[in-house]
Every structure is written in structure tokens, then in C-alpha cells.
Design a protein around this ligand. Structure first.
Ligand code: PGA
Length: 300
């Protein structure tokens, strides 16, 4: 770790300690309450696949494998409320056709990015209204690749989250610590800071449409999955933060996904955790068999 990173993390740690102390976490636990939260699985295709033909083949593969079965496998009396909600985030040029391919089996689509202005001279950008008009229901906000590769800060992420909810869509707000922050044991402080900045000004009523994705940056695309219990511990902490920022009702109703190298092998144990309500899947969502197995996770 170089000196500037070390100094940054040290200062963040001190600032966060003070911030987290103010949060005065109440003793809540999600144990037994997650039955009220519908599971949500999302496939973030990122900048893949390379052509429209390949994108449609992938969407058709997912639609064929899932059929109408987006319910956890051992859920015998599955009904619409207990089945899993599934969202696919294709690259912009493929959104409309992917939507046409998957909507009949009840899947929805979302946009990986947008600009928070409504319209105008912003070459290369698309607006929330534009993607909504082609059928997007969800928007990713604050993904770590946007934060790092495209230098998106919390101020802009907050503007985007607010734009999404004001536009009648639903943000999946991604938060999570880097490897350095994990090593410094400040993952909770980082999550608390990102939540407070990215949700600033979002009302309690608007929180009904917000999904949080806890994605430890060191686990994204690396094959390093965060242990299920370790991830659940952070999810419980996120609910404590939401209790303090809003109230316990918001904390218990908000769905919190885990993201970072989720595979068919790891999904069942992740979903067995009481505070993990779904997964945000990158690499494995590009293989129809893997993604459909993740959607049809087995209840342990
Ligand atoms: P991954 O990506 O599943 O390939 O780690 C997750 C994500 O970036 O959301």
C-alpha cells in the first residue's frame, strides 16, 4: 500500500469511527423477517457480449432455461410473492430487444448507467427518462466500476439515486469496501459513509423502491467470494444504518443483495443467510446455465 492510500484510509477510519459512533446502532436482527422480502436476482452484463446476436442468444437461453420458474427450487407452494424477481442489465444498444425476449417470462430489464440531467447538450449520455421509455424499471447506481474507472463520486451517485426514484424507477445502489479498506478493517465504516452520502435526501417513502447491493470491491470479478456469514454480518450492519437513517420499518423492508463472484456453487449458502435477499451477478450472468441456476437457488 503506498503512503497516500495509507493516509487516506487512516483518515477515513478516524472520520468513520466518529460517524459510526453517532449512529448508535440499535439491536435489531433480520432473523426470521426476511420472509417478507421478495428475493431479487440481477444479472449485470457490463460491456458484454460483443454483438446484438450474442446478446439475444444469451437472453433466449436464459428465458428458455427459466421458463416460468423463477422460484427457489424447494419452494413447493411458490406463488408470485415468494418467487424471485429477476432483472437483467444489458448494455444500452441491446436493452429493447432483450426486454422483448424476456418480458413474457416475467423478467425485467434495467440500465447500467445514465446521466442525471433530463436532456440537452450532453454528448454520449442517456437520461433516466430515455431508458424508462424503452422499458427499464431498474438502474444501477454507484457500481464500483463506475466509482473507480469513471471516477464517479458520492455527490453524483446521490443525484442519480434521487433522479431514479423521482422518475418512478428503482435504483440498485451498490456500496462496498476496497481491498485496502477491508485489510484496515473499516468495511462497515465505508458502507455507513456511502449509505449516508448516496441516500442523502431520499425520503422514507422513496426507500420502498430502493435496493442496496453490498459488493466488496475485492470480490468483484476476482473469484474471491466473501464468506456467506461474513457478508450477512455486513447486511445486518446495513440494516442498522437504515434504522438510524430512517426507521426499523425501512430497515426491514429494504432488500439487500450481495455481489462479488457469485456462482451456482456459492449462491445457496449466500441465500440461506437471513439478511441476504438476492445477488447482483456479473460474470456468471453471461452464461445462461449459470445464471438460471443462480435464479433457481436451492433453499437450504
Ligand atoms: P462478478 O461481478 O459477479 O463478476 O464478480 C459482480 C458485479 O460487478 O456486480
Amino acid at each position: 500500500m503506498n503512503l497516500s492510500i495509507a493516509l487516506y484510509t487512516l483518515m477515513l477510519g478516524i472520520a468513520c469511527d466518529a460517524f459510526v459512533a453517532q449512529l448508535k446502532p440499535r439491536s435489531i436482527s433480520g432473523m426470521g423477517l426476511n420472509a417478507a422480502r421478495q428475493p431479487i436476482m440481477a444479472g449485470n452484463w457490463k460491456m458484454n457480449p460483443g454483438t446484438e446476436e450474442e446478446a439475444l442468444a444469451l437472453a433466449e437461453g436464459v428465458a428458455k432455461l427459466l421458463g416460468e420458474e423463477t422460484c427457489a427450487l424447494s419452494d413447493d407452494e411458490a406463488n408470485e410473492d415468494t418467487c424471485t424477481e429477476v432483472v437483467i442489465f444489458p448494455p444500452f444498444p441491446f436493452i429493447s430487444k432483450v426486454k422483448d425476449t424476456v418480458e413474457d417470462i416475467g423478467l425485467t430489464v434495467g440500465a447500467q448507467n445514465f446521466f442525471f440531467e433530463d436532456k440537452g447538450a450532453f454528448t454520449g449520455s442517456v437520461s433516466a427518462g430515455m431508458v424508462k421509455s424503452v422499458g427499464c424499471e431498474y438502474m444501477l447506481c454507484g457500481h464500483s466500476e463506475r466509482r473507480t474507472l469513471f471516477e464517479e463520486g458520492d455527490v453524483n451517485i446521490n443525484l442519480k439515486v434521487k433522479k431514479v426514484v423521482e422518475s418512478g424507477m428503482k435504483p440498485i445502489l451498490c456500496i462496498g469496501e476496497t481491498k485496502d479498506e477491508f485489510d484496515l478493517n473499516i468495511k462497515k465504516e465505508v458502507c455507513a459513509m456511502q449509505l449516508s452520502k448516496d441516500l442523502f435526501g431520499v425520503t422514507k417513502e422513496q426507500m420502498a423502491d430502493v435496493v442496496i447491493a453490498y459488493e466488496p470491491v475485492w470480490a468483484i470479478g476476482t473469484g474471491l467470494v466473501c464468506g456467506a456469514e461474513e457478508a450477512n454480518e455486513v447486511h445486518v450492519f446495513i440494516r442498522e444504518c437504515l434504522t438510524n437513517m430512517y426507521d426499523e420499518e425501512v430497515a426491514q423492508q429494504t432488500r439487500i443483495q450481495y455481489g462479488g463472484s457469485v456462482t451456482p456453487e456459492s449462491v445457496d449458502s449466500l441465500m440461506a443467510q437471513p439478511d441476504i435477499d438476492g445477488c447482483l451477478v456479473g460474470g456468471a450472468s453471461l452464461v445462461d446455465e449459470k445464471f438460471s441456476r443462480i435464479v433457481n437457488f436451492k433453499k437450504l
